[in-house]
Design a protein around this ligand. Sequence first.
Ligand code: AMP
Length: 428
Amino acid sequence: MNVLLLGSGGREHALAWKLAASPLTDQLWCAPGNAGIAQEAVCVPLDIADHRAVIDFCKANKIDFLVVGPEAPLCAGIVDDLEASGIKAFGPSKVAAQLEGSKGFTKDLCREFNIPTAAYERFTAAAPAKDYVRKQGAPIVVKADGLAAGKGVVVAQTIDEALAAIDMMFGGSLGAAGAEVVIEECLIGEEASFFVLCDGAHAIPLGSAQDHKRAFDGDKGPNTGGMGAYSPPPVMTDAISARVMSDIINPTMAGMAKRGHPYKGVLFAGLMITAQGPKLIEYNVRFGDPETQVLMLRMMSDLLPALIAARDGELAHFDVRWYGEAALTVVMAANGYPGSYEKNTVIEGLAEAAQTEGVEIFHAGTRADGDRILAIGGRVLNVTARGKNVAEAQARAYRAVDKIRWPQGFCRRDIGWQAVAREQASRP
Ligand code: AMP
């Protein structure tokens, strides 16, 4: 088969690595890709926001199946446009992608179908939103309704902080994403990410992970797109996973189908495991980054037939198999990230680092310049390893990190610390 993957991050490199390994894949393309993806796929400089250009490329190159990485093209309806042109594509329709594109849409679905989530109200003006905050008290969470590239959520510890967040969002600094605001109860517990593959009627689990959002060791510093992740997280026991499927995922699938918008694609549930059980914080309509990097290392089955079965509505009897080992990924970012950083710095030692036992290195913001690999983004590399437990995966990942020579980059040295501490505590 000829397969086209859209995207250019570490998530897409991990997907490309798995798709390229499929015996079904004759030719893998990626648009626009990066220097690491170029080892697995032919990278093409397509503007993926230009649906017409993507369709023309698919027709010219006889693409049999298309996989979309990031959320922006999904929310812009690229799957609808491709399917309307007769091209098979993996991912949700534009309406179904509102599970990520509109927080209000998801909260209303939760209310209608009894899905456990934080209590909330939606607002289109500042004054009633502020009255609600004063009535509810703090801590409280203020969210812009639309896609805001991670800047649309304020977990306010005081009423004043919440009022300032309301002014900021309605003040227009987030653009259209802030035209509506959701205010919700602050949930207490441990966070985890849970992934399922959906075919419109059925969902099958794709594993779970925990990530580290803060830039620096000890979970300190500014929020980022994610500085590392590991799987499986100890908090996601079989009992909790079964509850997530029965109380959250299956009612979501049924609700979307009942509304006439069956959900196909990957569904990524951000969860809070509270004392009352798992509650939904938010949905994303695509694979997570950096969670995908660890999930793909743990996946034993071929990814491509699973994605095709989801697209074709045939997951009911589908089975995905996993390695029993743990996996962990360390993100290497440019100094200064998530603020401003230098570009086009040289990374050395990658080939040697990749030889480390159990290790795969997935690229995010990289570009090849002849034989040299240059850093061109904030998050640049995902040094990912498998091991018999999180501690071994962590040791292997850092062994590889230490072979990479990139003075203009940094990483956290404590990815997976909670899981490693739990593993040590439970050792006889
Ligand atoms: P989101 O963009 O919805 O993932 O939110 C970003 C982060 O804000 C989440 O990963 C949580 O850490 C936090 N958060 C969002 N909603 C809540 C909530 N209702 N209670 C507590 N923390 C939340």
